[in-house]
Design a protein around this ligand. Structure first.
Ligand code: PGA
Length: 252
């Protein structure tokens, strides 16, 4: 049985003080939730402070990106070695990284494998643009993005996949849960083709894109969707906790 995961992607929000306050508010209202793993992914500079706030709560920590080299002349980059031991997860290949910062399938693949080599769990984001969606190329795009990362590789000890249609991110236009379930099923089939059915069945696949406390249950009810990557709604502590509570309360 795959454990549900709700991960917060704070993106480029929150200075140290704000991050500490937000993490504290999440900690206070979350209490002990059963059956759902929760992770907060703040900006790099907030990781230490948020880690201190979350100590002994069971809430996990993640980073939002990582470079693929261990060390060297890479101004501005953060290496997996620096994150090792600091956080459990690292988001890789988010559409904002791909579209604004020029991450490619190739660099995303290198980042995923570098993260795994340093015992970090990659949250690999994949998803089609509106143009690709409207021209019925979703399956082709997801296959390309996934294959780039998984081909020629043995199964990683742990990886999470986040299916995030680009047109649903930050737009308020969340994708239909039934349609997402079908797409996620296709993603799992691709995983099975590369890594075998047993491994594929153990990999959590999240949905991301305009998730909120009102629509999360619709996704969680779908048998193939194992949680969510939450952007905008994760910046409000109560709203984020309500997403977690609704997840815990939803029958699968
Ligand atoms: P959103 O972002 O929830 O604001 O749509 C999701 C994401 O980018 O991971």
């Amino acid at each position: 049985m795959r454990k549900l995961l709700i991960a917060a992607n704070w993106k480029m929000n929150c200075n140290l003080e704000e991050a500490t306050a937000l993490a504290t508010a999440v900690r206070e209202s979350l209490g002990a939730v059963v059956g759902v793993e929760v992770a907060l992914c703040p900006p790099f500079v907030d990781l230490q402070a948020v880690k201190a706030v979350l100590a002994e709560t069971g809430v996990q920590l993640g980073a939002q990106d990582v470079f693929y080299e261990d060390a060297g002349a890479f101004t501005g980059a953060i290496s997996p070695r620096m994150l090792q031991g600091l956080c459990k997860y690292v988001i890789v290949g988010h559409s904002e990284r791909r579209h604004i910062f020029g991450d490619t399938d190739e660099s995303v693949a290198r980042k995923v494998h570098a993260a795994a080599r340093h015992s970090l769990v990659p949250i690999l984001c994949i998803g089609e643009t509106l143009d690709e969606f409207e021209s019925a190329r979703t399956a082709e795009v997801l296959q390309r993005q996934l294959t780039a990362v998984l081909r020629d590789s043995d199964p990683l000890p742990e990886i999470v996949v986040a299916y995030e249609p680009v047109w649903a991110i930050g737009t308020g236009k969340s994708a239909e849960p039934e349609a997402v379930n079908l797409t996620v099923t296709e993603v799992r089939t691709l995983l099975a083709e590369m890594w075998g059915l047993e491994v594929a069945n153990g990999i959590r696949i999240l949905y991301g894109g305009s998730v909120n406390s009102g629509n999360i249950a619709g996704y969680i009810r779908q048998p193939e969707i194992d949680g969510a990557l939450v952007g905008g709604a994760s910046l409000r502590a109560q709203e984020f906790c309500d997403i977690v509570f609704a997840t815990a309360a939803t029958r699968r």
